[in-house]
Design a protein around this ligand. Structure first.
Ligand code: GLA
Length: 361
């Protein structure tokens, strides 16, 4: 019996039958482009969420236990709570699975969540939770969903059930991605390419210590501003708009123009970054990361002064590129460093950040 089954057994006093794992991701470039039909380039992180499930034969309630919060909650319906707690992601997954499969038997389940993903740092802890839960339910009920459909359902949970206007990047890479490879995704067609990451370079995350939450941050506001830009441009997806087309239009609202400018230029940078990665030209790749951060900070206004300072220090310490990753307004920065210069970079950055702020990719 493995350690997870033992924990399950201790908590629920019965056997588990299925489990599934989903990893978190870091986005290397391509921010707020996914929900406008653009491009993204994330890769998987070692941090993961495991879901272990089994039938609850003792009574007619569902039970969920979060190892992180050390909290066990029982429930009898899939209605969202008003407080948006961790349980809602589990309930949301059960809701969408039962909604698509009305014939499923309704025996109750015990569900254990074990995760080492740092939360609220922009590395998609919520998507990993949804993907792992859906994968375990898919196994348990023997439904036969493929990984892409799992990703689509996970997005449905976060967007329609939880209420964050997010895109599909996190769920796709968490469900389909492979370690050691970047995941270039066309968010309109959901076609993807897996690209090798170079051996002599590494990516490193640094915690800006600014906790974030898409549900409460300006994430949804940015989403709405981009939808407004699409209305002004009379296009369905900003992702298909080129810079000339953007500049041909008169924007009375300069703010909306700036938001759109970030997305249009970011899409081009992401496609270029993919080509530099294929050629293993990491100097150019890093340069695009830096440009991406400037655009994210100045045009999209999704950074903070502290994050900007961290980015500047990382580049001054020898990183080839550094940018704020994820939904914005805090969380992790991601730096690209040539391995032979890593120690120098690390020791330099230790002057500004304590050891526990560094996270390996
Ligand atoms: C969050 C969302 C993603 C994406 C990023 C920003 O992580 O879940 O869909 O929009 O922000 O690039």
């Amino acid at each position: 019996m493995n350690i997870h089954n033992k924990i399950f057994n201790n908590i629920f006093n019965c056997e588990s039958s299925h489990s599934a794992v989903a990893h978190s991701r870091v986005n290397l470039i391509g921010e707020h482009t996914d929900y406008t039909g653009g491009y993204v380039l994330p890769c998987l992180l070692p941090y993961k969420t495991t879901i272990i499930i089994g039938k609850n034969t003792s009574n007619k309630t569902y039970n969920a236990y979060s190892d992180f919060f050390k909290e066990k909650i029982s429930f009898t319906n899939f209605i969202k709570s008003s407080s948006n707690e961790w349980l809602d992601y589990i309930k949301g997954c059960l809701f969408v699975i039962h909604d698509e499969n009305r014939e499923l038997d309704n025996t109750c389940l015990n569900i254990l969540i074990i995760s080492d993903i740092p939360m609220g740092r922009g590395i998609s802890s919520s998507s990993a939770l949804c993907v792992a839960t859906l994968k375990s339910l898919n196994e348990y009920y023997n439904i036969g969903y493929d990984e892409k459909h799992i990703a689509i359902l996970a997005q449905k949970v976060e967007r329609d059930y939880i209420g964050v206007s997010g895109g599909i990047m996190d769920q796709m890479v968490s469900s389909i991605g492979i370690h050691g490879k970047a995941f270039f995704l066309d968010c309109l067609t959901l076609k993807y390419e897996l690209i090798n990451l170079p051996n002599n370079y590494c990516f490193e995350l640094l915690d800006s210590e600014i906790q974030r939450d898409n549900r409460n941050s300006a994430y949804n506001k940015r989403h709405d501003e981009l939808k407004k830009a699409e209305e002004i441009l009379k296009v369905e997806n900003l992702g298909s708009v080129k810079i000339d087309q953007l500049n041909k239009n008169k924007f009375n609202d300069l703010l909306i123009y700036k938001r759109a400018l970030h997305v249009v230029t970011e899409n081009q940078r992401t496609k270029d970054a993919k080509n530099f990665l294929l050629k293993q030209d990491m100097k150019q790749f890093g340069h695009l990361m830096n440009l991406s951060h400037i655009s994210y900070s100045q045009d999209f206004e999704a950074s903070t002064k502290d994050v900007d300072l961290l980015v500047k220090r990382s580049i001054e310490s020898g990183a080839l590129g550094c940018r704020l990753t994820g939904g914005g307004f805090g969380g992790f920065t991601v730096s690209l460093i040539e391995k032979k210069h890593y120690d120098k970079w690390y020791n330099q950055m230790l002057k500004f950040c304590s050891k526990d702020k560094f996270f390996n990719v």
